[in-house]
Structures are given as C-alpha cells and as structure tokens.
Design a protein around this ligand. Sequence first.
Ligand code: CTP
Ligand code: CA
Length: 225
Amino acid sequence: VEQFFAPKLLQGQSILLTAGPTREAIDPVRYISNHSSGKMGFALAKMAAAMGANVTLVAGPVHLPTPAGVTRLDVESTQDMLNAVMQNVDNNKIFIGCAAVADYRIGEVAEDKIKKSAQNMQLALVRNPDILATVASHKPRPFTVGFAAETQDVEHYAKDKLIRKKLDMIAANDVSNPELGFNAEQNALKVIWADGQHDLPATDKLILARQLLTLIAEHVALLQD
Ligand code: CTP
Ligand code: CA
C-alpha cells in the first residue's frame, strides 16, 4: 500500500486521460504499435483519483490494473481511442493526452492473413487523426495537456507542439535516456505553458504524477478565478 501525501487539489474536477500505445491492425493476426507501457498515464489516473478528481481513463492495450475509483475504457486502434475521447470530452474539465498514439495506420487492413511470397513487401500507411489537437480545437474545450516524447531538442520541439496543437500545457520527456520514460519506473518532465515552464527532475512516476497534477490544478484554479 502506497501511503503518500495527496492533497485533494482536484476535488470536484473531472479529468479525461489517455494512456498506453495504440495498435493498428495489418491483418487478422498482426499489428503495428510501439513500446509504451502505459505506466505514466496510469500513475496520473491513480494520483488524480487520490487527489479527489472524477477520472476517466481511455487505455490502449496494456497489462496494468485499473486504479481504484477510475473509470477505464479499453481501446485498441487510434480511431477507437479518438471515438472514446470525443464521447467523453464534454463531461470533463481537464484532458491529459498521455498515450503514445500511432502516427500512422495501415491504409487497407487485409481481411485474411497475408501469405508470404516475394522477398520484399511494402505496407501502405496513412496518417492518423491527432486526438490531442482534436480535443484542443473542440468547443468548449477542456484544459488541454499534452505530452511530447523527444530524443533531441526537447524544449524546442515541445514548444512547437504546444503552439501548433493550441495546448494549455505540455509535459516533455527525453526518451533517449533508457532509464527514463517509455518502459521505465522513473521519468523526468519539462513542463511548459504559454508564459512559463517548470522542470520536474527524475523521480518515481507516481510522485511525478502528483507534481504534474499540482501544476495543472494551479493553472485551472487561475483560470477559474
Ligand atoms: N497525439 C495524439 N494523437 C496523435 C499523435 C499524438 O493525441 N495521432 C498526442 C500524444 O498523446 C501526445 C502528443 O500528441 O500527448 C505528442 O505526441 P508526439 O508523438 O510527441 O508528437 P506528434 O505530434 O505525434 O509528433 P512527432 O511524433 O512527429 O514528434
Ligand atoms: Ca507521434
């Protein structure tokens, strides 16, 4: 049992989160995806509930238990994740896009298992919709927080995503360090908003979740005053 200090800063708030990877079918037995473990998103969901929020977690395929008090919606593809998010967006004041969403899907999913033949083969991919940008341009929009997974120029690319996707806040992590991010227990985040930023140094994902949610709670309170 984790005994941690979690002030109820999110009492009465409703938060919608995405976590984990998305999975795009190639044929009935194969898919493309990524190495996201879902740990950061699940830590955020768990901590948000502990801080008093009403939490809905849209989860890609991961093997993690549902945190206590959290409503979980399991999805596989990016389109399914987008649908689940847009069905719930109007009931939530805060959106955190933590999922590692597949940028592309297979153009035409084969109905039957693809048989091998030639030495080389190509898969034609098409761009997926951007869930985070779709939420940010929805009216009325929730306080919208994105993540940015980068291997270089972290601050530059994160600021670009903040502006381009019209986000309220972005949490950037440097995924070039194998000790942190994706599959690790720990993470470090550079949190950036329109007129400020805050570094959250490497620590356990649950502690980091509390720190990030505290920053979000402060900003949402500022907007409500
Ligand atoms: N995201 C999303 N829908 C997508 C792609 C990304 O909602 N189709 C969200 C992620 O959940 C994350 C943020 O956008 O919160 C940034 O994801 P990232 O992969 O870092 O950025 P991209 O915009 O996809 O750009 P790129 O992969 O080219 O760096
Ligand atoms: Ca991407």
